[in-house]
Every structure is written in C-alpha cells, then in structure tokens.
Design a protein around this ligand. Structure first.
Ligand SMILES: C[S@@+](CC[C@H](N)C(=O)[O-])C[C@H]1O[C@@H](n2cnc3c(N)ncnc32)[C@H](O)[C@@H]1O
Length: 176
C-alpha cells in the first residue's frame, strides 16, 4: 500500500518545522494543511477563492488564534503578506466534494509560485502538490514543472507508482 501523498508532504515538513515559523497555505481547501501547520508553528496565512473553503477551514481550525484566512487568489498574496515567511504549501486542483470546475489554473499558479519565491526567507521551503488526472491538470502540471526546473534545486519528489496520472509532490528549498 503506497503512502498517501499528503501524509508524505506532512512528514517532510515534520522534519523541519519550528514553533517560531510563519507559514502560508496557498490553497486552504478543507483546511487540513492549515490545521497541520497551525498546530506546529507561530502563524499560518491561508488563501482560497471559495467561501466554502474558508468556512470549512475556519471550522477545522476552531480554537486556533494563529491563523489568518483570506478569501483571495494566491497570486495576490504579496498584497497581504508583508513579511518574509519560512514555508509555503500549495495543494492544487479543486475543492473535494464541491464544484470540480473551480480549479487552480496554470497562469495564476505560476504567478503565485513566483510571488511565493519572493516571500520565502533564505532556506525557506516550498511544497507543491500537483494533480494531473482532472481536466486542466496536465496543463497546470506543465506550468509547475517549468517553475520547478527554473527555481533552485528540487530536493524531493513523490508520486504513486501504481496509478496512472498520479499526483506529484515537489519539495524545494530556497537556498540563496
Ligand atoms: C485540493 S484543494 C486544497 C486542499 C487543502 N489544502 C486541504 O488541506 O484540504 C485546492 C483548493 O484550491 C482552491 N483554489 C483554486 N484556485 C485558487 C486560487 N487562485 N487561489 C487560491 N486558492 C485557489 C480551490 O478553491 C480549492 O479549495
């Protein structure tokens, strides 16, 4: 049985994350990543374009006072983040159990990845989970690959070996 891709990215982060970190969840969705980060770091700044995602994340993270949720496209993150951050996580695609036509798109994703790179501290971590199986997923993955190939060194990747069009996770460190 292969390990779930989100468990893998969380395990990558568990090895590095520190209590004083400022983290960004670029796609809050159902709030699983925001919750994971909020339990372990000083502050999480999270983005989504759907009210449903914001509500779900608020509910998932009930009781946490170290999260800032923004109903805003992630390519505009520099409008609200005015400090350098330690880690940024993208879990692309669509909101599970909701409208599958509302997806992350190549152009906004590329711009958001560039904005993320500007915001990361030296040695900051960028994790991208790119889904390929849905309509538009392949095109978005091309944009993700283009970014990964031209920015720093990709330290780790993970995908399922036994599935066609399996999602792929990338782990990048901003080394300079
Ligand atoms: C796979 S889900 C994220 C899963 C989530 N991180 C979790 O832990 O549950 C992808 C999310 O990206 C959101 N999204 C789509 N376009 C976006 C954009 N331009 N900016 C921010 N979020 C976007 C969707 O609304 C959806 O909720």
């Amino acid at each position: 049985m292969e390990e779930n891709i989100n468990t893998v990215t969380h395990n990558w982060l568990k090895e590095e994350i520190k209590k004083d970190w400022i983290c960004v969840d670029a796609t809050m969705g159902r709030g699983n990543d925001t919750y994971f980060l909020a339990k372990r770091c000083q502050k999480v700044i999270a983005f989504d374009i759907q009210q449903e995602a914001l509500n779900a994340t608020q509910k998932r993270c009930d009781g946490f006072n170290n999260i800032q949720l923004h109903l805003l496209s992630h390519d505009k993150m520099e409008e609200v983040i005015k400090e350098k951050v330690d880690c940024i996580l993208f879990n692309l695609g669509y909101l599970p159990h909701f409208d599958p036509s509302v997806i992350t798109k190549p152009k906004t994703t590329s711009n958001a990845l560039i904005a993320s790179w500007n915001l990361l501290k030296k040695n900051g971590i960028l994790i991208i989970v790119s889904y390929i199986g849905h309509p538009g997923g392949q095109e978005e993955h091309e944009a993700v690959k283009q970014f990964v190939n031209t920015h720093s060194r990709c330290i780790k990747t993970y995908t399922y070996q036994t599935k066609e069009n399996a999602p792929i996770a990338y782990y990048l460190k901003k080394e300079s």
